[in-house]
Design a protein. Structure first.
Length: 450
């Protein structure tokens, strides 16, 4: 017999212990025993008869709950046991909410309180309404991108895709009355971090855990973040080992692109946006890590998370939109697809950890890849570095010749994707090499330095 999340021992009663009742009611119910010391030894109480009357009344008047109180004798000592039932609605103690964690009673604050209250009312974080932002403030390009993806996936009726942005939001269940839901802003606003701190992806290359060499921040709506993060990783961070099969030149990446993409989508869709930390991708010389501030569903173990399981997304509306866009499957197979992609590519399986409100995927680089990279007379990383410089030179040449050139024309002439040219132009602007003069339509580019 010992204390746990359902059992607490106290030698004497104090009214402050009403918060224990509160914590037990909010955590599946349990028992408070009065008259035992911290080791569980029966010490007895002198005022058992009074407690049998007072405690039910205090629980009713202060907490609004009904508890069962009884006394019994243990080794000649009278103790009082209070059984607290589980309550489906949130219970507060003088305006504060408590839950049980292990054998302790914890006060809920901030994001933890938000999650608790939403869970009690059968709501998810991404489904809560968000005052202060409307459909007109959302990104037209984000809607265009979604419609293109959904048209290709055939998971949204063509007639729905032809409707207005506002109607599309309603069909995706992203509105509540006159308000947008939080998911709508993450999916379709150009700057979701204005509303949710940390709603972006941070990437960095490290020589060691404390030695950051260079980094990038990928912002925008979640569809843009997902596409751009993979593109940036492949273009800038991951070196491909070069080998030859006969006269054929073969490039092998340390992490299969499909596995990288699935792990990143998992992080963006299932992360806890109530926290302020962004999704972080850390690249080391011998491994890649994806850190996601998220939690497993209640009652899940790491074993269940890694094995076959039903889909239970932390943010169902985000998952639903990505499914309709054809970016993910809806059957809880995202993690398994990561492992399958690594297995098919002959790459090491990732290591997964879930602790402290964080989910971490670590992709170790295969020894054979590292040996091939070291032995290769050239690496894709170096080649890509030279390619990026040449691409910049070509962009600057086109801008100098035609300052009013469109992004679509730049992408077409350079053979890049629209997302790729957007990333290149953001980097050139951030580096102070070019700037935009005037509006997106009708304006022009000015080259500041070459």
């Amino acid at each position: 017999m010992k204390e746990d999340h359902r059992t607490e021992w106290k030698e004497r009663w104090r009214d402050d212990f009403l918060k224990i009742f509160c914590g037990l009611a909010n955590s599946g119910g349990g028992r408070l025993v009065i008259g035992r010391d911290n080791s569980g030894n029966a010490k007895g109480v002198k005022d058992a008869a009074r407690l049998l009357v007072d405690l039910p009344n205090k629980a009713r008047d202060v907490l609004g709950i009904i508890v069962q109180v009884k006394s019994r004798t243990v080794r000649g000592k009278e103790i009082v046991e209070v059984d607290v039932p589980a309550y489906p609605c949130p219970i507060s103690c003088q305006g504060e909410y408590y839950v049980r964690s292990g054998s302790t009673t914890q006060l809920l604050k901030g994001a933890a309180l938000d999650r608790f209250l939403l869970h009690c009312y059968g709501r998810t974080w991404d489904a809560a309404p968000l005052p202060g932002v409307g459909p007109r403030q959302l990104s037209r390009s984000a809607f265009t991108r979604f419609r293109k993806l959904a048209r290709q996936s055939r998971r949204v009726e063509s007639a729905v895709l032809r409707e207005s942005d506002k109607a599309l939001l309603e069909k995706l269940d992203l509105t509540e009355g006159r308000y947008l839901k939080r998911a709508a802003v993450l999916l379709f606003h150009a700057e979701p971090e204005k509303f949710f701190t940390g709603a972006f992806v941070k990437t960095g290359f490290f020589r060691s855990p404390s030695d950051l060499v260079y980094h990038d921040e990928i912002r925008g709506d979640l569809f843009t973040q997902a596409a751009m993060a993979v593109e940036v990783l492949l273009a800038k961070y991951l070196k491909a080992a070069i080998s030859y099969r006969g006269i054929d030149r073969v490039e092998s990446l340390p992490v299969p692109e499909e596995a990288l993409r699935e792990a990143l989508l998992n992080a963006l869709i299932h992360r806890d946006y109530a926290t302020t930390a962004p999704v972080q991708i850390r690249i080391y010389p011998d491994r890649l890590q994806i850190w996601n501030p998220g939690r497993l569903p209640e009652g899940w173990t790491l074993k269940k998370f890694l094995g076959p399981h039903a889909s239970q997304p932390h943010n169902p509306l985000l998952a639903g939109a990505f499914f309709r866009a054809g970016e993910i499957e809806a059957w809880g197979r995202g993690v398994q697809r990561v492992f399958e992609a690594c297995r098919q590519a002959g790459a090491p399986a990732p290591e997964v950890e879930c602790e402290g409100g964080e989910v971490r995927f670590e992709f170790p680089f295969a020894p054979s890849y590292l040996q091939a990279l070291a032995a290769s007379p050239e690496t894709s990383g170096k080649t890509r570095g030279k390619t990026r410089e040449k691409t910049r030179e070509k962009i600057l040449g086109l801008l100098a010749a035609e300052p009013g050139i469109s992004m679509a024309s730049l992408a077409s002439q350079l053979g890049l994707s629209a997302k790729g040219i957007e990333w290149q132009m953001r980097r050139l602007t951030a580096d102070g090499i070019v700037r935009r003069v005037g509006p997106a339509k009708g304006g022009h580019w000015q080259v500041l330095e070459t």
